[in-house]
Design a protein around this ligand. Structure first.
Ligand code: ADP
Ligand code: ZN
Ligand code: ZN
Length: 722
């Protein structure tokens, strides 16, 4: 009797055994009885043994796939990752699949039909649809071959189908191999020596594993290097995966990829429907696309013939998943490259200290671009001492004066403030009551335009009270300022200037960002206000002044990575000033002009900052010179979570004596969130393997304890915020 050991998407560290009475292979999906229902699972192992009585095992109902679902590389990666992150294999495998596949849809192309024009649809006069403007628009998009899938709902397609103007077809496979007529459009750009060196080094790598760090200041031509390297890989018929922190913020980069290559490029973004997501997955597995550009989870897309991985802005913390399975997409991408034996290129103006350390140890090969491409020069940077100055919505008079000067030269100004909303506090003027989120015990942020209070910790919101619940006063006032208030103040100061605010509140609506970007690209006096998403990747040639409104929060955080993050954001933001031919200026407002970190950053730059900070981390034995795992626990009554962690602490102390360093249990930096009380225990060890082994031992015991079922707990391997 053959036994299939099946991984199911349940939060338990175990496989489930079934009798295997039909032919099946490892890696195929199966339908199995599970409790009172049926579930989709994946076969992980087949043998003749079970810890349970074989005769009592239920049989597999049917086999969903004809061939293993994942490619060999992705299969190996996911199995490795489940064990490294100590996360249940079933959850990991299912996380990596498009939702339709989790539900048991076939992984074949019949599942992803495409719309195409009928003969009538090609010929009909568009104006005959004037009374149905959406149908008209869709038909014209189909005719022009522009992207239509995210803009129209199904009903519109059906209307056109009823009129026999469009029909559904299964996408033809392998007929038009993109490889057959691949070409890269020529450009007038002549690479400089450093760029050429980077390109030749990667070309010479000849499709073997190797990690390369392309460290290039903003505007030094990294994207141009990517494009040149890709030309070589694509012309060999191989596919490429490009991971970026956030798709909606990189339209210009994607446009450059599309313009350069005569090859199918798929973009994996959050606006896709599940069907489109599956379609991209299948195209990639069949080798029908040349490039995928996507965020974090695009890493798990199977490729028929992957030739290279690029991680743009490798330092960005959005590559780390912050809930559920807390993987780091950059780290996993490196493992994938190793498994697939292909090169991987990490690009950044401000590499993470982990990556820089690996480059210093020659584990990664460092490629540097130290000059700005073309004729652009670096911006002049200065500190503005706020002590004793009067501020309006955070702006000091000297900064306002500079803004005025730059605008009058018909240039653009960018103001950076990492706090959205109108103000971070709403307070009762008579008794001091503060409007707080009851689920997090944290102040609500006041959003004036939306007329609501919103909790930035749990995303809940409520209407603005008209009266103080404590004393009945109606005198409630906003304290402090965020981007919304800054924008409003600027409108008063500069009534004739266009202002665009770019933060999560304004760009979440589709198309808004594109609109803004277009207006900004048109040039002319203009002010941009935004949070750190402004810092990511945009190319604004007319911005000559960057003002950093408030940095002090970042300088005095209890998280040892806060300074690294600030240095990265600062460097990225200030890199936005003065690209191309215009000289730029950066002004940083602070109450702590003598802070040593600011001094190093401003006078010596990110590289020197990184060097000094790495030395500090070495002396204090912090990552990357040690390895951490954070065990989090939360409960509603604030009793079991600390008990559970104390149990772990004591158990480790008694059973493990390998110089394990434990901090805690302590309350989390944010002790309450969405109704849960949060605690944590930090484990640190100088050896990664030993720490892994300790976690293995812990896991086999932890699930037997009584407290374990009473708390929400998780292990975060290589945590990036504590
Ligand atoms: P990064 O990705 O490092 O920010 P880009 O590749 O976007 O830099 O390059 C910045 C600008 O400089 C772009 O407009 C690009 O076309 C241009 N550029 C890049 N390399 C060169 C070069 N060798 N000569 C002239 N212009 C270049
Ligand atoms: Zn009051
Ligand atoms: Zn809350």
């Amino acid at each position: 009797m053959l036994i299939a050991h099946v991984a199911l998407p349940v939060p338990i560290h175990q496989l489930f055994d079934y009798q295997l009475v039909v032919p099946a292979e490892i890696g195929m999906r199966v339908r199995v009885p599970f409790g009172k229902r049926q579930a989709i699972g994946i076969i992980v192992k087949i043998d003749q043994q079970s810890d349970l009585n074989i005769n009592n095992l239920k049989s597999i109902i049917d086999v969903v796939d004809q061939t293993p679902l994942f490619t060999d590389s992705i299969w190996k990666l996911l199995n490795w990752a489940a064990s490294y992150y100590h996360y249940p294999l079933g959850e990991v495998l299912f996380h990596a699949m498009p939702i339709l596949l989790r539900q048991g849809r076939q992984a074949t192309k019949d599942e992803v039909k495409q719309w195409q024009l009928t003969k009538l649809g090609h010929e009909i006069d568009l104006n005959s649809l004037s009374r149905a403007p959406k149908q008209k628009l869709l038909l014209s998009s189909l005719r022009n071959n522009t992207d239509h899938q995210t803009d129209f709902n199904k009903a519109i397609y059906c209307e056109l189908q009823k009129k026999h103007l469009i029909e559904q077809i299964v996408e033809p496979s392998d007929i038009n191999l993109w490889q057959n007529d691949f070409s890269a459009n020529t450009t007038s750009i002549k690479l400089n020596d450093q760029q050429s060196y980077a390109v030749t080094t990667l070309n010479k790598q000849n499709n073997h594993f190797g990690v390369f760090l392309l460290e290039g200041i903003t505007g030094s031509g990294k994207t141009e290097v990517y494009l040149n390297i890709l030309t070589d890989i694509l012309s060999k018929g191989k596919q490429v995966l490009v991971l970026v922190p956030e798709i909606s913020l990189t339209p210009q980069t994607i446009k450059r990829f599309k313009q350069r290559f005569n090859a199918p490029i798929d973009i994996l973004h959050s606006g896709l429907t599940e069907k489109q997501r599956l379609a991209v997955w299948l195209r990639s597995k069949n080798g029908d696309n040349a490039i995928i550009v996507g965020t974090r989870s695009a890493l798990f897309t199977p490729f028929k013939n992957l030739g290279m991985i690029i991680i743009d802005e490798e330092h960005d913390s959005s590559f780390k998943q912050q809930e559920g399975w807390r993987y780091h997409a950059r780290d996993l991408a490196i493992t994938l490259a190793k498994i697939a034996n292909i090169p991987i290129l990490l690009g950044s103006a401000t590499p993470s200290l982990e990556t820089l350390n690996n480059a210093q140890n020659n584990k990664y090969q460092l490629l540097q671009l130290t000059e700005r491409a073309g004729s652009a020069t670096l911006a002049k940077q200065s500190i503005l001492d706020l002590r004793g100055l009067v501020l309006t919505a955070g702006l000091s008079y000297p900064l306002i004066k500079q803004i005025r000067k730059h605008l009058s030269n018909n240039n653009q100004v960018m103001l950076f403030l990492n706090r959205r909303g109108f103000s971070p506090l709403l307070i009762c003027h008579d008794c001091g009551w503060i409007a707080e989120c009851p689920r997090c015990d944290r102040p609500y942020t006041y959003h004036q335009k939306q007329q609501k209070l919103s909790c930035h910790h749990c995303d809940s919101s409520r209407i603005i009270p008209t009266q103080c619940p404590k004393c009945g006063s109606s005198h409630l006032i906003p304290i402090g300022f965020g981007t919304e208030q800054l924008e409003k103040q600027l409108e008063i100061l500069f009534p004739n200037i266009q202002i665009s605010r770019i933060d999560r509140d304004t760009v979440s609506k589709k198309g808004v960002l594109d609109d803004y970007l277009q207006k900004i690209q048109q040039g002319g006096a203009h002010i941009l206000v935004g949070t750190q998403i402004l810092a990511k990747g945009h190319h604004f040639p007319d911005v000559t002044l960057v003002g950093i409104v408030d940095v002090d929060g970042a300088l005095f955080s209890s998280d040892f990575r806060a300074t690294e993050r600030f240095a990265q954001i600062y460097t990225q933001v200030s890199g936005r000033a003065g690209r191309e031919t215009k000289a730029g200026e950066v002004i940083l407002q602070t109450y702590h002009p003598d802070h040593p970190l600011l001094k190093i950053l401003l006078t010596k730059g990110y590289q020197e900052f990184a060097k000094v900070t790495l030395q500090e981390r070495r002396q204090t034995q912090l990552p990357p010179f040690s390895y951490q795992a954070l065990i989090r626990a939360a409960d509603r009554n604030n009793q079991y979570a600390p008990m559970f962690l104390q149990h772990i602490h004591d158990w480790l102390k008694k059973n493990v004596n390998h110089n394990l360093w434990q901090v805690g249990p302590t309350q989390a930096i944010q002790p309450k969130k969405a109704g849960y009380n949060r605690w944590q225990l930090l484990l640190q060890h100088s050896n990664r393997q030993i720490l892994q082994h300790i976690l293995d031992q812990l896991l086999t015991n932890i699930e037997k304890w009584v407290e374990t079922s009473k708390v929400r707990w998780s292990i975060d391997v290589d945590p990036i915020d504590l």
